[in-house]
Write a protein that binds this ligand. Structure first.
Ligand code: CP
Length: 314
């Protein structure tokens, strides 16, 4: 990796908008920060004097906590806005909320929103950096980056890997960001789901689509198993959770037919006994908790780079 690469983007809105070189540079930078996270004192002064705001319009455990820890490990101040008890409940618009937060002299807004494209709108309306922490069905770029970072760590590369994404592709921002990122870095991606959960024309994104789980598992180096989103529209896709497990769930019996060292990922939260059995989730091929750990280093890299880009623009 060329460490003379200069990052110039003030926002991280999606992997669709990044080049392969930019994605590789984030992963390279995350590698340096991973080393920081293993030290006894897990802190560097890179963002001292900066303020990061977590603005989450949807629930989150992993992403919100991980951004907060990432910011603190870079020595930034962190402000968490609880949307449920904010003036959003009085009807304040996203743009007004963003501009008012910016008036508090902050530097980075990390936003999760149920509307696809909300971070893009916010980024056009404020001069602070905006980082997408998941927007509707659109993108979840830092999740895909941490997935790729974990894959690279486990298998030594991304290029040429066969990665199958299994589950509700239609409603998944994680799937979309992974497809953009993995295909740009040269992985061979297959998506697999019941037909109604595969968006029409997905092949145009450079992936193979199948409704046959055995086909998706055969020869795969890694699988990324998506959460069935019962809070959204996925319940129409199959008659019961048990039937989903039977047809599309990853179980020990299915794993026995896969590559011995297949890497099993899941963005969380897991519906145990639906998309994956507990034996698989907690088994030796699972890297689910390592993904969570790597999220801190990846988000440190993203916060550091968008902040550096703003400094260059000053
Ligand atoms: N993977 C993920 O986005 O999890 P949270 O919803 O808990 O942040």
């Amino acid at each position: 990796m060329n460490n003379k690469f200069v990052w110039t983007k003030k926002d991280l809105l999606g992997l669709e908008y990044l080049s392969a070189a930019e994605i590789k540079f984030i992963l390279y930078t995350a590698g340096s920060f991973k080393e920081v996270t293993t030290r006894q004192i897990k802190k560097v002064p890179a963002l001292r004097g900066k303020t990061v705001v977590n603005l989450f319009y949807e629930p989150s455990t992993r992403t919100r906590a991980s951004f907060e820890l990432a910011a603190k490990r870079l020595s930034a101040d962190v402000l968490n806005i609880a949307v449920e008890s904010s003036s959003v409940k009085k009807g304040e618009t996203l743009i007004d909320t963003g501009r008012n937060i910016e008036a508090l002299k902050i530097d980075i807004i990390v936003v999760r929103h149920n509307c696809s494209g909300a971070p893009n709108i916010l980024a056009r309306s404020v001069s602070s950096s905006v980082v997408n922490a998941g927007d509707g069905w659109h993108e979840h770029p830092t999740q895909a980056l941490l997935d790729m970072f974990t894959l690279q760590e486990k298998l030594g590369k991304i290029e040429g890997l066969r990665v199958s994404i299994i589950g509700d592709i239609a409603h998944s921002r994680v799937a979309r960001s992974n497809i953009w990122g993995l295909t740009k870095l040269g992985a061979k991606v297959t998506v697999c789901a019941p037909g109604i959960l595969i968006p029409e024309g997905i092949e145009k994104m450079g992936v193979k689509a199948t409704t046959d789980l055995n086909e998706a598992l055969e020869g795969a180096d890694a699988i990324n198993v998506l959460r069935m989103q019962f809070e959204r529209d996925t319940a129409v896709a199959f008659p019961s959770k048990l039937e989903y497990l039977k047809n599309y769930g990853i179980t020990t019996e299915r794993l026995e037919k896969c590559k011995k060292n297949i890497v099993i990922m899941h963005p969380g939260p897991i519906n145990r006994g639906v998309e994956m059995s507990s034996e698989v989730a907690d088994g030796k091929n699972s890297v689910i908790l390592e993904q969570v750990t790597n999220g801190i280093a990846v988000r440190m890299a993203v916060l550091y780079l968008v902040s550096a880009a703003k400094e260059i623009r000053r």
